[in-house]
Design a protein around this ligand. Structure first.
Ligand SMILES: C[S@@+](CC[C@H](N)C(=O)[O-])C[C@H]1O[C@@H](n2cnc3c(N)ncnc32)[C@H](O)[C@@H]1O
Length: 208
């Protein structure tokens, strides 16, 4: 389910339509569909698409003309992308000079045992991911850190070609297969410094 806040982030920070937009790691294509309805010419890609509108290709193999996108966005996908540097280079080639890049991320570098314990507790409450929900928080942290790119690494891979603004930290756990109503509970705990802010967002601009 597309989080309301993600569509708002995209609409508020993309240039106004009509513009050509690449969506990296589009999954089921729901965000791309919402943006298309709003007048954007969206090309959603994903090596393992689960929506009919999504083109089955990994970012580093994308075959599009240089500078052919006015903007790109990636929603919790760059932390999975392999190979990261080559993929970010390909992204920089297809986005035009001064084009916009929006990144919405889960920062595994900020995800600690407190965050894992809260997430697993919510999954147990709602009967989600039964097998994973029974595991120890430390095990989940180690597992995720072993195979996801942290936000610093993503910023580093983009920085040669993009002017990257400092990531803004915020909530994210409520979007991990949980009811959206948990957003305020997560944000109350972040505000009390009882949970880390594992969400991270930034806007970047393609250098000339
Ligand atoms: C956590 S899912 C997010 C999907 C969607 N953006 C959403 O918010 O629901 C991460 C997505 O990144 C995709 N992905 C993994 N490697 C990729 C690559 N090399 N190029 C593009 N997308 C990739 C995965 O297939 C997966 O659909």
């Amino acid at each position: 389910v597309l989080a309301v806040d993600v569509l708002a982030f995209a609409r508020a920070n993309l240039p106004p339509p009509p513009v050509r937009v690449l969506e990296v790691g589009a999954g089921d294509g729901e965000l791309a569909r919402a943006l298309a309805v709003a007048g954007y010419d969206v090309v959603p890609i994903d090596p393992e698409p689960s929506g009919e509108n999504v083109v089955a290709v990994p970012l580093h193999e994308l075959d599009e003309p240089p500078g052919s996108f006015d903007a790109a966005l990636a929603v919790v996908s760059l932390h999975h992308v392999e190979p990261l540097d080559e993929s970010c280079r390909r992204l920089s080639e297809v986005v035009r000079s001064a084009g916009t890049l929006l990144v919405d991320e889960f920062d595994v570098g900020a995800f600690d045992e407190r965050a894992a314990a809260w997430l697993l507790g919510q999954w147990r409450t709602f009967g989600i991911h039964d097998e994973r929900a029974g595991r120890a928080p430390a095990e989940i942290v180690d597992d995720l850190r072993a195979h996801l790119h942290p936000i610093e690494r993503i910023v580093e891979a983009l920085s040669d070609a993009f002017e990257v603004a400092r990531p803004l930290r915020g909530s994210y756990l409520y979007r991990w297969d949980l009811p959206e109503a948990l957003r305020s509970a997560e944000e109350v705990l972040i505000g009390r410094d009882e949970l880390p802010a594992v969400g991270a967002r930034f806007v970047a601009q393609r250098r000339s």
